[in-house]
Design a binder for this molecule. Structure first.
Ligand code: G6P
Ligand code: MG
Length: 216
C-alpha cells in the first residue's frame, strides 16, 4: 500500500477543458492592444495568475500601463473568458477527469483543487465536479502564486496531510515547479519536454494510471 493520503489537482488543463478559453480570451485582448500573442507564448502563462499573465503579455508588446489600467484590462479579459465558460457543463470536463477523482476517493485519498484561477469555484460547479472535492484553495488568500509552493501547501494544510503524502497533478511548467518546491509527488499531464520536473508524465488526464502511482 502507498503512503499517499491526498490528491491535489490543478483545474484548467487537468480536470476541465478551459485552457483554450483562457488563450482565446487573452488573444482577443492582445489583438485589441496590437500585440502579437501566439499559442507558444500562451504556454508560459499556464498556471500564472491573471495580473502576472497580463504583465507578461504587455511585456511581449514592449508595453507598460498604469495600475488602474491594468485592472481594467484584466477585467476585460475576464469578461471575455466568462462569456465562454458560463456555457460550460459536465461535457467540458476533460476526458477521464471524473473517473480519476472518483478513483482517488475510492482509494481513500482526500481531494483538493489548487488552481490560480479565481473562477475555479464556478468551473467546478458548472463541470459537476464540485461535490467530489474536499477543499478548493482560494488564490486570493495566497501571497505567492505558482511557481511558489504556497497554493499546494495551503491544500495539504487544509486537508491535514503531510506534503510528502500528497500526489499533485499539473499541466503547466510553473505548476510542476510549485509541486516540487512543496515537496510533493509531481504528476505531469501533457508533454514531458515541457513538464521536466515531474516524477512521471501522462499525455492526458484519461491516461493517468492511478493504481500504478499508488504502488510507486
Ligand atoms: C489558471 C490558468 C491560467 C489563468 C489563471 C488565472 O492557472 O492556467 O491560464 O490565467 O488560472 O485564472 P483567472 O480565472 O483567475 O483569470
Ligand atoms: Mg493548468
Amino acid at each position: 500500500m502507498s503512503g499517499f493520503q491526498a490528491a491535489i489537482f490543478d483545474l484548467d488543463g487537468v480536470l476541465v477543458d478551459s485552457a483554450k478559453a483562457h488563450f482565446v480570451a487573452w488573444r482577443r485582448l492582445a489583438d485589441e492592444l496590437g500585440i502579437v500573442f501566439t499559442e507558444h507564448d500562451n504556454e508560459a502563462l499556464k498556471g500564472l495568475d491573471r495580473i502576472t499573465s497580463l504583465r507578461t503579455i504587455l511585456a511581449l508588446g514592449g508595453r507598460t500601463v498604469a495600475d488602474d489600467e491594468m485592472a481594467k484590462l484584466a477585467a476585460r479579459k475576464n469578461g471575455y473568458y466568462l462569456d465562454m465558460i458560463r456555457q460550460m457543463s459536465p461535457a467540458d470536463q476533460l476526458p477521464g477527469a471524473d473517473a480519476l477523482v472518483r478513483s482517488a476517493r475510492a482509494s481513500h485519498l482526500k481531494c483538493a483543487v489548487a488552481s490560480a484561477s479565481r473562477n475555479a469555484p464556478l468551473l467546478l460547479e458548472r463541470s459537476g465536479l464540485a461535490p467530489l472535492i474536499d477543499f478548493v484553495a482560494d488564490p486570493g488568500a495566497i501571497a505567492r502564486g505558482k511557481p511558489a509552493p504556497d497554493i499546494f501547501l495551503a491544500c495539504s494544510a487544509a486537508l491535514g496531510v503531510d506534503p510528502v503524502a500528497c500526489l499533485a497533478f499539473e499541466d503547466a511548467s510553473a505548476g510542476i515547479e510549485a509541486i516540487v518546491a512543496a515537496g510533493m509527488f509531481a504528476v505531469g499531464i501533457g508533454d514531458p519536454e515541457i513538464l521536466k520536473g515531474a516524477r512521471i508524465t501522462f499525455p492526458a488526464t484519461s491516461a493517468v494510471d492511478l493504481a500504478a502511482l499508488l504502488q510507486a
